[in-house]
Write a protein that binds this ligand. Structure first.
Ligand code: GLU
Length: 287
């Protein structure tokens, strides 16, 4: 089987234990399938970039001896590529300009398509992609079948914000395609984004990917680890110990404490996804 996987952190905060679990699982799954594993830094959302977090991510990858099978790419260097894809979607009449502000729409509102037929000029407006009234489904390797009707659940969604920022949904789909990714392994917090990404990929005639969404590490307040919840930054000096903990959190057989690359090689040999805890949350608590 052809397999190309990836780890795609956003530098919106330092790497925490939850991101380490994703790195370990995506790496082991790719290598257990004799596949490639690529690293991509998802830094299109400039206002949300947290100072120093990119350097911290790279230092951790180094300390944990994770090796990307291709040079690491940074999405902020690829804005022309995303613009070209937006142009392609414009040519196919699949996107339109939207002048609705967040205030007008309310926070959780399903977008009703207010601007769909207004034919507004694109300059200085958000750009939305049209969705259709149909179920989009996929079979997640851990979470089972998952479906959404984008029209009813969400409405036409934003690909480029009014302030010019390219939305994650677009960048992730384009780069997974251009990097030849076949398998996505990531946290279950992104499960609900998947139908949007499948839809976008289908509009662009990209092949559909295989998905595996991992249960999330939670803190003692029942929240997923994140920068907002003040998750601890991974300490690169503790790489072997933390690696062992991540392997255990994934339900895998423990490995012998050694240098990280040796531990990872053993984890790949022992990799067994049937041992990963079921559900979207891990049962222990983490810092
Ligand atoms: N950049 C996203 C994040 O850090 C992950 C994207 C993905 O794996 O699809 O949450």
């Amino acid at each position: 089987m052809m397999y190309s996987g990836r780890f795609a952190p956003s530098p919106t905060g330092p790497l925490h234990f939850g991101s380490l679990i994703t790195a370990v699982a995506s790496y082991c799954d790719a290598k257990a399938h004799h596949g490639k594993w690529l690293v991509r830094i998802e830094d299109t959302d400039i206002p949300r970039i947290y100072p120093g977090s990119e350097a911290h991510i790279l230092a951790c990858l180094d300390a944990f001896e994770f090796e990307s099978d291709a040079p690491i790419i940074f999405q902020k260097d690829r804005l022309d590529i995303y613009e070209n894809v937006i142009q392609e979607l414009k040519n196919k009449n699949l996107v339109y300009a939207c002048q609705c502000t967040r205030k007008m729409l309310g926070s959780n509102a399903i977008y009703a398509g207010t601007c769909r037929d207004l034919k507004l000029a694109f300059q200085q407006q958000a750009i939305r992609v049209k969705v259709s009234d149909q179920d989009i489904c996929f079979d997640d390797r851990l979470q089972g079948r998952h479906c959404a009707n984008l029209m009813q659940d969400l409405g036409d969604f934003v690909l480029k914000r009014r302030d010019g920022i390219i939305n994650y949904q677009l960048a992730v789909v384009v780069d997974d395609y251009l990097q030849g990714i076949t398998h996505v392994v990531r946290g279950a917090d992104l499960l609900d984004n998947t139908e949007r990404q499948i839809w976008l990929g289908s509009l662009l005639n990209y092949p559909q990917l295989d998905y595996m969404h991992l249960p999330l590490a939670m803190n003692d307040q029942g929240q997923k680890l994140s920068k907002q919840n003040l998750a601890h930054a991974i300490d690169p000096k503790q790489a072997p110990k933390l690696l062992q903990q991540a392997i255990q959190a994934l339900g895998q057989e423990t490995v012998d404490l050694d240098r990280p690359s040796v531990m990872l090689a053993q984890a790949v040999k022992q990799w067994d996804i049937s041992r990963i805890p079921t559900g979207t949350e891990l049962s222990g608590t983490y810092l």
